[in-house]
Design a protein around this ligand. Structure first.
Ligand code: PHE
Length: 346
């Protein structure tokens, strides 16, 4: 008996020492099956109980049972300590540092073409213009014929055209065909509209030219409209778009649908006219084509040129953005590079 009791006492001591070393839930489980589980050392040791004289068995059995209860409660205690410890460790290792700066989500921005179009529209709307929408797919007749480009006329080559399979249906090369559409809707009433939209030209793509670009057409028709009206409207536009105190100048030009025709320049937005790289040392930047509407075009639109006169102008929207925001390449507009959009967005 004494041997078995001594073995039990030794086992308890060993088990407790091992438990003190166990430092994880995993080690706890191993420890439990090693010492107190169904196949553990305590069970094995108690297998020897049968060898003892009958009257000694209850006393040893009692001691063995007490040891088992003691070991199990020691396990529970140790388990609680380990769990708390593991919690502390995982909290410090995987915890959320609420003081870290957050990641800034990318915000959407307006495309510079949109911004420029809105600025242009606002300026003309303030002057009493309405916005008129005309289609991008046009007939040859509207894009050229009714604008006084006779068939085969060399002026057609100023604007290299994209055709559809039907040669009479094309992608408009400018917003000017909208002039005829608006005239035919308003004639013989006076009209004051801008016509913004996409245009297409089958041109080599360079820093200055894209195949697809935006224009805004400006058109005024009434009795007694003169070149001075054109000048006043465009000077007002230039002052609002490019800053007060702007100067504009006219250079003679040619368009089949205006007579006289001009190209309009604004004094360089960068150097104010002194001469710099932006204006190629001329002091001036071209902003649009314009002129008095040709009598034949007025007639095609339904106005009597003996009674009515008008002016028209056409400007590239990207061109306005390029000048205003010092962008050096029109191809950037439609490359979809978000760094460009972020740089030029206001
Ligand atoms: N449509 C011309 C172009 O695209 C511009 C223009 C419009 C010129 C209106 C005169 C009047 O080049």
């Amino acid at each position: 008996m004494s041997t078995l009791l001594a073995q039990l006492a030794e086992l308890q001591e060993r088990a407790l020492a091992a438990l003190a070393q166990a430092d994880s839930s995993e080690a706890m489980r191993t420890w439990h099956s090693e010492y107190v589980g169904r196949k553990g050392q305590l069970t094995t040791l108690l297998g020897g109980l049968g060898q003892l004289p009958r009257e000694e068995r209850p006393a040893v059995g009692k001691v063995a049972n007490e040891i088992k209860v003691a070991l199990e409660s020691a396990l529970e205690e140790r388990q609680a300590a380990i769990t708390a410890d593991e919690m502390t460790r995982s909290l410090s290792a995987e915890g959320v540092d609420v003081t870290l700066p957050g990641r800034q989500p990318l915000l959407g921005r307006y495309h510079p073409t949109t911004t420029a179009l809105r600025e242009i529209s606002d300026i003309f709307v303030q002057m009493g213009f309405q916005i008129y929408d005309a289609p991008e797919v046009e007939t040859d007749e509207l894009n050229f014929g009714l604008l006084n480009f006779p068939p085969g006329h060399p002026a057609r080559e100023m604007q290299d055209t994209f055709f559809t399979t039907n040669p009479d249906v094309i992608l408009r090369t400018h917003t000017s065909p909208g002039q005829i559409r608006a005239m035919r809707e308003y004639a013989p009433e006076p009209v004051r509209v801008i016509l913004p939209g996409k245009c297409y030209r089958n041109e080599d793509v360079t820093a200055r030219a894209e195949m697809m670009f935006y224009q805004v057409e400006v058109m005024v028709i009434d009795k007694n409209i003169t070149f001075s009206d054109l000048k006043g409207v465009i000077l007002n536009y230039a002052n609002q778009m490019y800053g007060e105190g702007r100067d504009i100048r006219f250079r003679k030009s040619y368009f089949p649908f205006t007579e006289p025709s001009v190209e309009i320049d604004v004094d360089c937005v960068l150097c104010g006219g002194k001469g710099c790289r932006m204006c190629k040392y001329s002091g001036w930047l071209e902003i649009m084509g314009a002129g008095m509407i040709h009598p034949v075009v007025l007639q095609n639109g339904g106005y009597d040129p003996a009674v009515y006169s008008g002016f028209a102008a056409g400007m590239g929207i990207e061109r306005q953005a390029i000048l205003k925001r010092s962008i050096d390449d029109i191809r950037l507009f439609y490359d979809n590079d978000v760094r460009f959009l972020e740089r030029v967005a206001k």
